[in-house]
Design a protein around this ligand. Structure first.
Ligand SMILES: Nc1ncnc2c1ncn2[C@@H]1O[C@H](COP(=O)(O)OP(=O)(O)O)[C@@H](O)[C@H]1O
Ligand SMILES: O=P(O)(O)OC[C@H](O)CO
Length: 514
């Protein structure tokens, strides 16, 4: 690893504020013109697990927290709304909310992206409508991960909701829409919009036309009256009404993984980033045309700046990475803090023959198998908790390798380097392992908060705070780099064992159980 630190004093303003409404917390960061962090405020919200496989959030709590962290970040920065030229929004994607437009009340908790309650519904839709149709029109496989089936579940399961939705009283949104609607006035004239990146995660948007797909809407059974207007990722949707940022333009929205792609300045075709948090999401910029995936990736929108044409991306989504480390800490009690996994794993030379495939809620990319469940393979009496810790970290690295292989097959582009960010990238052993398994350099930027940075960049472009993407590229600075050290034979042998362990996870859940 090499270090190339540069820290400087913050500029004197003006500034851009970005709100990241994430899976576990909401945060607000104020950035200066050089893309440096001026202040941060963050608040966690409750994770609600009503049944196995169900995950919900209280959207009213989230909106309260968003207002708190925005005020917190502005106060910490010692500035006023006059110093803030625009607000950008980024968000956990797919998490689905319906609310009453007359009262502003959510009709149910939000159904979180990890929630698997729509598995059976997706199977039924696959039989009736066909998997291919969804792939072709929306770029996505039919899976419970995405928003559309969650909307249908709510309409079917909240009493009287379908009638209210058809009468035009109910609004649907992912968390970007919910935050923007509230920020711009809520029941007092709030704008009901989403951006192309978030819309591309619903299974409802036609990826080629960037419009809601009427045929798909009618086959899933969702009335068009609930849908937000689809807009670009960088334009002024409206001004904040009330609150500490009253009057400031709300000027960007991007799903958090697309925001990280933008914040990592992956503006050229073939550039890729991977974000290591609760889950891991690798995105590669594929330019102006959507690339079909035949290897289990998602075709998605990377970003769209104002009236410029959209830029597409290929994505590999991994459901469980950082959350496996949390599981080791909270459920197994094998470590006291997430950081301790590195010390434990470093106390042994290798995995001792153990491979851990964390298919806790099935496998996402590149398999899309809801019937898979977690497996620790290769156990002997020799294996210690330190070997398991090592296998936990290797699981994240091998899953990235599988996605990188799929990306090369789909795009024809060989990965020359991977830009990384997210909480797990503070783990040096993991980053070295990743570079070893990918056989490519792994690079981490100075500003690790690339998600908020991407939203700030898009908002700043929309209001002319930054002139163009070249100015943003100039802000990107390398903080650390890891290069491969593993020999090719070891890599090939280990990869084969990993793939064998993956095989063992499949088909654990029988049809009737799902
Ligand atoms: N040193 C570490 N080694 C491995 N995993 C870590 C480490 N530090 C944090 N994590 C994991 O990273 C995740 C938090 O990263 P973050 O980017 O904040 O996630 P998110 O945005 O998804 O909430 C947690 O799941 C945690 O277990
Ligand atoms: O909020 P995060 O960082 O866990 O990201 C969640 C993803 O957007 C889910 O697709």
């Amino acid at each position: 690893m090499t270090d190339a630190h540069t820290t400087g004093t913050h500029g004197t303003g003006p500034f851009i504020a970005a709100i990241d409404q994430g899976t576990t917390s909401s945060r607000c960061i104020v950035f200066d013109k050089d893309g440096r962090i001026v202040s941060v405020d963050q608040k966690e919200h409750e994770q609600i697990f009503p049944k196995p496989g169900w995950v919900e959030h209280d959207a009213a709590e989230i909106w309260e927290n968003v207002q708190e962290v925005v005020a917190g970040a502005i106060v910490k920065a010692g500035i006023t709304s006059a110093d803030v030229k625009a607000i950008g929004i980024t968000n956990q994607r797919e998490t689905t909310l319906l609310w009453d437009k007359n009262t502003g009340e959510p009709v149910h908790n939000a159904l979180v992206w990890q929630d698997t309650r729509t598995d059976a519904l997706c199977k039924e839709l696959g039989r009736n409508v066909g998997q291919d149709r969804f792939r072709r029109e929306t770029g996505l496989p039919l899976a419970s991960y995405f928003a559309g089936p969650k909307v249908r579940w709510l309409l079917d399961n909240v009493e009287g909701l379908r009638e209210r939705a058809e009468a035009g009283d109910i609004l649907f949104g992912t968390m970007d829409s919910w935050v923007i609607w509230n920020l711009t006035g809520g029941t007092d004239g709030g704008v009901h919009v989403t951006d192309v990146t978030n819309a591309s995660r619903t299974l409802l948007m036609n990826l080629h036309r960037m419009e809601w797909d009427e045929k798909i809407l009618s086959s899933i059974g969702i009335p068009a009256a609930v849908l937000p207007e689809i807009r670009s990722s960088a334009e002024v949707y409206g001004n904040a009404k009330g609150g500490i940022l009253d009057g400031v333009p709300v000027a960007s929205a991007l799903g958090d993984q697309q925001a990280a792609l933008f914040g990592q300045t992956c503006f050229a075709e073939g550039e890729a980033k991977s974000t290591y948090g609760t889950g891991t999401f690798m995105l590669m910029n594929t330019g102006g045309t959507p690339v079909n995936s035949y290897n289990g990736l998602l075709t998605t929108v990377g970003y769209q700046i104002g009236d410029k044409p959209p830029v597409y991306a290929l994505e590999g989504s991994i459901a469980v990475t950082g959350s496996l480390v949390q599981w080791m800490r909270d459920q197994m009690g094998l470590i006291k803090s997430a950081a301790e996994i590195e010390t434990l794993a470093s106390s042994v030379e290798d995995n001792g023959g153990a491979y851990f495939v964390p298919a806790f809620s099935g496998l996402f990319a590149p398999y899309w198998r809801p019937d898979a469940r977690g497996v620790i393979a290769g156990l002997t009496r020799y294996v210690t908790k330190a070997h398991i810790a090592r296998a936990v970290l290797e699981a994240t690295a091998w899953q990235t390798r599988e996605i990188s292989d799929a990306m090369t097959k789909d795009s024809g582009v060989e990965l020359t380097a991977l830009k990384v960010d997210g909480g797990m990238t503070s783990n040096n052993l993991l980053m070295q392992t990743l570079s070893d398994f990918l056989d490519a350099p792994v690079v981490r930027p100075m500003v690790a908060e690339t998600t908020c940075l991407g939203a700030a960049y898009a908002a700043g472009l929309a209001v002319g705070f930054w002139p163009d993407t070249d100015a943003l590229r100039a802000n990107w600075r390398r903080a650390a780099e890891w290069t491969p050290r593993m020999d090719a034979d070891t890599r090939a042998r280990e990869y084969k064992s990993w793939l064998k362990a993956v095989e063992r996870t499949m088909g654990w859940i029988e049809d009737e159980e799902s």
